[in-house]
Design a protein around this ligand. Structure first.
Ligand SMILES: Nc1ncnc2c1ncn2[C@@H]1O[C@H](COP(=O)(O)OP(=O)(O)OP(=O)(O)O)[C@@H](O)[C@H]1O
Length: 504
């Protein structure tokens, strides 16, 4: 059975060096995390699996790695300066600050019902309730108090302020002069780096529609209430595709990408039946979206929450960043742009006339992917001998450590030397991390590697070096399978092939 609580995962991540609080020795920084020795391996493996499926194994995709700090005009014309806001409300009594929709969602059912009734919305539709409150901030403050909305910090009904929009972008000054114009934004999504490079990529690759640009990288959001471990952080990593298509074919491509992405999650060990595909209601759609499917994974403790959004962004983005908007027949409502120097069109595949393509965007968070993958992989089992074990049943391609080579006794140089040589040979195969595990206690080594998801432990024993009872076992090792616990004897000469077949 997969993990039952978030606490189990948090505890494993800290204990085994997957994830640490950022700047912990100075009291920690809320909403920021550091990935430790095993976390960085798992994260890289997830990113590589995504890149492989979406770039290397497709013929219609290009890759990109754009800068994190972007020109302020890029994020003005993208709409983020004006609309990348979350609704924020303060409790004057406790001085605590909350995201309005999160505050309402966390209330008891009767309180939530009262708030929803006051704005004529259904309590299930938190986004709509929040949107209605934001339309009437003064009245909203009264509604929150009248309905008895409590502050989780004090447990008491709050003295709520009028809710107001809070822009989530981080600003930073650029260059030695700190004047009003010398600033840029840390990108709140990697997508914008793709849109502003559209012309560069098309010109340098001669791509025709339909095609996509894929990017993995950091994005930053000054979340009002970062919470739930790495689920909601202020510095995150995203894996995004902007897939450019001819207008009119967008809905079909949207369905195509939904299928592709569900299949990818399945390949990472996150099954379809654990994901609800939510057709995002109009009130909750981002400013650029015509329609969005949110993939909602059933996290332990949290319940269903978003791991990926697949949005139909129409011609909004390229239309916003292009020059000469007036003559391009855009369907999206965009802000006038007299700053851009590039015309972001491409020949229509049928008419050959210049057109601003529509965009389908599958956007997944690496941190949330890691959490979902860990949740599914985490198992507690009782073995036949009554012992309990914690085991991470990660797909082998995701496992942080691929193989542990273990000499049966640490004080027998012939075993240790041979184990070291085998490890060195395996390292040269480029399969990922291969470790020599010579702590001396094989039972403990197995338990440790079960807990971090190492798929195979290779043991060098006395038979291997021809000093056991069975001479036919000379030059063979034992391979222990993490999931089945089965042990198989394999010739050292066949080891590379045996492991490569299972780990690639
Ligand atoms: N603060 C965050 N921390 C970690 N991952 C995030 C965060 N915000 C977004 N993501 C990831 O990036 C993906 C795409 O971002 P998107 O803008 O669609 O998220 P969102 O709808 O704003 O998320 P939410 O509604 O949970 O705030 C999300 O599906 C998620 O996996």
């Amino acid at each position: 059975m997969p993990a039952q609580t978030m606490e189990e995962l948090v505890s494993l991540c800290k204990r085994r060096g997957f994830i640490f609080q950022s700047s912990e020795i100075y009291g920690g920084l809320q909403g920021f995390y550091d990935y430790g020795p095993l976390g960085v391996e798992l994260k890289n493996n997830i990113k590589n699996a995504w890149w492989r499926a979406n770039v290397h194994e497709r013929d219609d995709m290009e890759g990109l790695d754009a800068s994190i700090i972007m020109h302020r005009l890029a994020l003005r014309h993208s709409g983020h300066e004006a609309t990348f806001n979350d609704p924020m409300v303060d409790n004057k009594k406790t001085k605590k600050r909350y995201r309005l929709d999160h505050l309402i969602k966390d209330q008891k059912a009767d309180v939530l019902a009262k708030v929803a009734a006051a704005v004529n919305e259904a309590p299930e539709n938190i986004a709509a309730v929040s949107a209605r409150l934001m339309e009437q901030p003064a009245r909203a403050a009264e509604i929150l108090v009248e309905a008895g909305v409590r502050d989780a910090f004090s447990g008491e009904v709050g003295e709520w302020t009028e809710p107001r929009p809070f822009n989530m972008m981080f600003k930073t000054s650029i260059g030695p002069v700190a004047d009003e114009d010398s600033f840029g934004y840390l990108r709140p999504e990697t997508a914008q780096g793709i849109f502003v490079n559209f012309k560069n990529v098309v010109d340098s690759t001669s791509r025709r529609l339909p095609f996509g640009i894929a990017q993995i990288g950091k994005a930053f959001r000054n979340e009002i209430t970062p919470r739930n471990f790495v689920f909601r952080v202020r510095e995150m990593e995203q894996m995004e595709i902007e897939f450019f298509v001819a207008p009119g074919t967008d809905e079909e491509w949207h369905e195509h990408w939904l299928e592709q992405r569900l299949k990818w999650w399945e390949d990472q060990g996150v099954p379809r039946q654990k994901i609800i595909v939510e057709d995002v209601p109009a009130d909750d759609l981002a400013h650029y979206s015509k329609r969005t499917y949110d993939l909602m994974y059933d996290f332990p403790t949290l319940g269903h929450d978003e791991i990926e959004g697949i949005a139909n962004r129409t011609d909004f983005d390229l239309g916003s960043h292009t020059k000469g908007q007036a003559e391009l027949g855009l369907t999206a409502q965009v802000m006038e742009n007299s700053d851009s120097v590039a015309k972001l069109t491409i020949p229509h595949p049928e008419t050959n006339k210049p057109v601003v393509p529509f965009v389908i965007e599958p956007s997944a968070g690496v941190d949330r992917a890691l959490l979902a993958v860990l949740s599914e992989a985490y198992h507690k089992e009782t073995l036949e001998n009554g012992n309990e074990r914690t085991v991470l049943k990660l797909r082998p391609h995701l496992a942080p450590i691929k193989v542990a080579v273990i000499p049966l006794a640490r004080n027998k140089p012939e075993l240790v030397d041979l184990a070291r040589r085998i490890k060195a040979d395996l390292q040269r195969l480029g399969l990922g991390r291969i470790l020599l595990e010579d702590s001396g206690n094989i039972g403990k080594a197995y338990r440790r590697h079960d807990e971090v998801g190492t798929p195979y432990c290779v043991t060098v024993d006395f038979d291997t070096v021809g000093k056991g009872e069975d001479a036919s076992l000379t030059d063979t090792v034992t391979i222990r399978d993490r999931d089945t616990l089965a042990q198989e004897r394999v010739a050292i000469a066949d080891l590379a092939e045996w492991l490569t077949a299972r780990l690639r």
